[in-house]
Design a protein around this ligand. Structure first.
Ligand SMILES: C[S@@+](CC[C@H](N)C(=O)[O-])C[C@H]1O[C@@H](n2cnc3c(N)ncnc32)[C@H](O)[C@@H]1O
Length: 363
């Protein structure tokens, strides 16, 4: 049951030249935003009262500019032998182009109405034997083997999806993703940039990220509030030998207060107690992988409760001294996490481990 108040209504159209139709328009009751070959800007047309409601909550903004669609496919470096994974094909504007360039396309789409539209479009174009559509939530689906991921993804799942691609044991050459501009900037951020956060540090541990192009909000139907950027994420062939679960917990601690020094962060009573509990909780739960790449703004600063400096002369106090010693001897005490590179973070974790301090996940 679709509740109209929460949705954006777009009408269907008919009678446009096939190549001018950006989304499916065969038969009655079909949606079509319409590609404007001249300006590439949005239009929506109505026919016979047929409508499909685009759900904001599912990020249903249809990319309609043919030049942008073509550019994404060109920049994705698709080989004719490739299987391409697409997340969120929507009405299939990108999918049809991917099918022209690749050997196979596997598209994962949560909305069965979109799947129906997509099926009809590829059947019309006789491309259906090379397309597999999985009608499921991309975050809950096991991806098949793929060479490349190319997608205009729903922005609401950017962070867990990037984590799934990079930390989910998939082997692929690259992911060319259309993302919200701000999210893309965070992926690309370098130490010292104001956007540098756990997302950047976790992604850059295992991948390189390259900016490809900006995309205007006006190239979508309906027009979203934000601009977008296309980036290419290439998994590194050699990944540092680090327990990813521990790395995830470690970077979470380091970035719990992005603008405080590491010394101030690790001296907090709560942090020391947390580490103390982890140490008592042997053996480590290794190999769980990073379950998220931690991009939530509200993760950036933990609440201030229990923030006071830990001054105990108990075991916890001794642990605190040990922690401070590691930070001081390694030259990290006065550094801010937002200015520390991945390599330096790895060195700090290794120094902690050498001192018998671990960040493994609590059971
Ligand atoms: C931004 S639209 C992109 C549509 C199309 N790729 C384009 O470029 O015009 C995102 C699409 O992802 C789908 N979607 C949203 N959440 C999803 C999820 N968790 N798993 C799979 N698809 C999802 C939406 O239904 C929508 O069709």
């Amino acid at each position: 049951m679709i509740r109209r108040s929460k949705s954006l209504a777009f009408s269907c159209s008919r009678g446009f030249r096939w190549n001018s139709i950006l989304s499916y328009s065969r038969g009655a009751n079909r949606f079509a935003g319409v590609e404007d070959g001249e300006s590439g800007r949005e239009r929506a047309e109505e026919e016979g009262g047929g409508r499909i409601y685009l759900h904001k909550s599912r990020g249903q903004h249809i990319l309609t500019n043919p030049r942008v669609l073509d550019a994404i496919v060109r920049k994705a470096e698709i080989r004719p032998t490739d299987t391409v994974l697409e997340i969120g094909p929507g009405t299939g504007n990108l999918t049809l182009r991917l099918l022209e360039a690749a050997h196979k396309v596997v598209s994962v789409e949560i909305d069965k109405r979109m799947v129906e539209i997509l099926h009809n479009r590829v059947t019309d174009g006789k491309l259906d034997d090379r397309l597999t559509v999985i009608c499921q939530d991309a975050l809950r689906t096991q991806f098949p083997q793929f060479d490349l991921c190319v997608a205009n993804i729903p922005y609401g799942i950017s962070s867990p999806l990037v984590a799934k691609l990079l930390f989910g044991n998939h082997s692929f050459r690259s992911a060319t993703l259309l993302l919200q501009k701000e999210f893309a900037r965070r992926l690309l951020a370098k130490p010292g940039d104001s956007e540098f956060n756990r997302l950047a540090v976790n992604v850059q541990l295992v991948a390189t990220v390259e900016f490809l192009m900006d995309v205007s909000k006006r190239d979508f139907v309906p027009c979203p509030k934000v601009d977008s950027s296309v980036v290419r994420i290439r998994p590194k062939t050699e990944i540092p030998d680090v327990d990813l679960a521990e790395w995830g917990a470690f970077t979470r601690t380091c970035f719990s207060k992005k603008n405080k020094t590491l010394g101030a962060i690790f001296k907090q009573k709560r942090k020391v107690l947390e580490l103390s509990r982890r140490l008592c909780n042997e053996p480590p739960c290794a190999g769980q992988g990073i379950v998220g790449v931690y991009d939530r703004e509200d993760d950036a600063d933990d609440a201030d409760e229990g923030d006071e400096d830990c001054g105990d002369v108990t075991e916890v106090g001794l642990l605190k001294e040990k922690i401070v010693g590691v930070l001081r001897d390694g030259g990290f005490e006065s550094k801010r996490p937002s200015k520390v590179s991945v390599e330096e973070m790895l060195r700090l974790l290794s120094l902690f481990n050498q001192a018998g301090i671990y960040f493994h996940t609590l059971r």
